[in-house]
Design a binder for this molecule. Structure first.
Ligand SMILES: [Zn+2]
Length: 136
């Protein structure tokens, strides 16, 4: 697995995601408990929080939708955060790994490695033997 070291912009991405979460954290019914930020290839950054519900959406889905709605199509790095997780970073769930793989398999995802250090790996590396939709 190829691992990438974090850059200053990656640390900024984490800070932006945490700021978004802190500004929107819902401590009444806990509907918004994860923040996310995505860096596009052109340098633009978008942020979002999860939306809970019967079929709630993870922060990665919400943030990707916000970026796409703004016209973005090429993505560089994504991170999801929660202030009580190691290094404030949460790895994407299986559903998000599939979404990231389908939208941009080479996007870098900030995660903790087995030693508790922040690294980046591609969505492709996070989902070996991925399901690949067949377009008819
Ligand atoms: Zn998810």
């Amino acid at each position: 697995m190829e691992k990438y070291e974090l850059t200053d912009i990656d640390r900024k991405l984490i800070a932006i995601a945490l700021e978004c979460l802190n500004q929107n954290f819902d401590d009444h019914v806990y509907n918004h408990t994860v923040g996310c930020a995505i860096l596009c290839k052109n340098g633009n950054i978008y942020k979002g929080v999860n939306c809970d519900g019967i079929h709630g959406s993870c922060a990665e889905f919400i943030t990707m939708g916000i970026a796409i709605s703004a016209g973005e199509r090429e993505f560089d790095t994504i991170v999801a955060v929660h202030d009580k997780h190691l290094n404030n970073v949460i790895p994407p769930c299986g559903n998000c790994r599939q979404m990231l793989y389908e939208y941009c398999p080479d996007i870098k995802v900030i995660v903790n490695d087995e030693n508790g250090n922040l690294i980046k790996v591609t969505a492709r590396e996070l989902l070996p033997f991925a399901y690949i939709p067949v377009i008819c």
